[in-house]
Design a binder for this molecule. Structure first.
Ligand code: NI
Ligand code: MN
Length: 228
C-alpha cells in the first residue's frame, strides 16, 4: 500500500482497492499539497473533533459519498452536518471493514468542534488514536495526544509498521515526549506530524528525527509517499 503525508495531521492511505484519508484538514492548511475539491476518498477516518482534524470532511464526504468513521459522538455530529454515511465507534473497539481493520486507541487531549458561526463549542466525545491494518501492515496515527504509558502496551501488542507521531508541543506532545512515545510504540518507522502549521507548534522536525535511534524516524514533506 501507499501511505502519504500531506501536512499537519493529514495522511492518505491507498490500498489495492480503496483510498482512505485521515484527518483531512486541507482548507486553511498552508502546509498541505492537497486541494479539497480534488479529493475523492472511499473512507475518511477522524481521530477527534477539532477543526484542524475534521477540516473538509463534510464537503468531501457529501461530494464523494465517503464513509466517515469516528468516535460515536463525532460520527453523530458529522451526520447532523449532512454526512450520510457514518460508522460510529468508541475507544478500545475494533471493526473489520471491507477496506481494513480500524481500532481506536485512547488519546489524552480534547475533542470538540467549534462552530465559528454560532460562537459555540460542541463536544464530540473522546479523542482517539487510530490503529489501521490492511494488507498485512499496521499504521498507528496517534491523533493529538500527550504522552501516556499505555503506549507501551500498544507497542507490545501490535506489530506497527508505521507511526504518525505529533511533535508540535503546546497542544500535543513536544519532541522530548514524542521521542519516548517512539521508543515505547516501537514502530519500524515513525513520522513526525502536527508541527509548523501554526506559530505555537513551530518545531524543527530534523532535530527530532536526529534525536531518535538510527533509522527509526523519517521526515516526510507534504506529498511524500512511503510504500509498505
Ligand atoms: Ni486537537
Ligand atoms: Mn490538532
Amino acid at each position: 500500500m501507499k501511505v502519504s503525508y500531506h501536512g499537519h495531521s493529514v495522511v492518505k492511505i491507498e490500498t489495492n482497492e480503496k483510498v482512505i484519508l485521515i484527518d483531512p484538514f486541507i482548507t486553511g492548511n498552508e502546509l498541505t499539497d492537497l486541494k479539497a475539491e480534488e479529493e475523492n476518498p472511499d473512507v475518511i477516518l477522524l481521530t477527534h473533533g477539532h477543526n484542524d482534524h475534521v477540516g473538509d470532511t463534510v464537503e468531501i464526504a457529501k461530494r464523494s459519498g465517503a464513509l466517515v468513521v469516528a468516535v460515536a459522538e463525532l460520527a453523530t455530529y458529522m451526520g447532523f452536518r449532512g454526512v450520510e454515511n457514518v460508522h460510529p465507534m468508541s475507544i478500545g473497539g475494533a471493526y473489520e471493514f471491507d477496506f481494513g481493520r480500524v481500532k481506536f486507541t485512547q488519546a489524552f487531549h480534547g475533542s470538540s468542534f467549534t462552530e465559528e458561526e454560532n460562537k459555540r463549542i460542541v463536544y464530540t466525545g473522546m479523542p482517539g488514536g487510530i490503529l489501521f491494518t490492511a494488507e498485512g501492515k499496521t499504521i498507528y496515527h496517534l491523533g493529538d495526544t500527550a504522552l501516556f504509558s499505555d503506549m507501551k502496551l500498544i507497542g507490545e501488542y501490535n506489530d506497527i509498521d508505521l507511526a504518525f507521531v505529533p511533535i508540535g508541543d503546546n497542544f500535543t506532545m513536544g519532541p522530548e515526549d514524542a521521542k519516548i512515545a517512539v521508543e515505547w510504540i516501537g514502530a519500524t518507522t515513525s513520522v513526525p506530524i502536527h508541527y509548523n502549521t501554526f506559530p505555537p507548534i513551530k518545531q524543527n522536525p530534523k532535530v527530532f528525527i536526529d534525536s531518535l535511534s538510527d533509522g527509526k524516524g523519517k521526515l516526510l514533506e507534504a506529498g511524500q509517499v512511503i510504500e509498505l
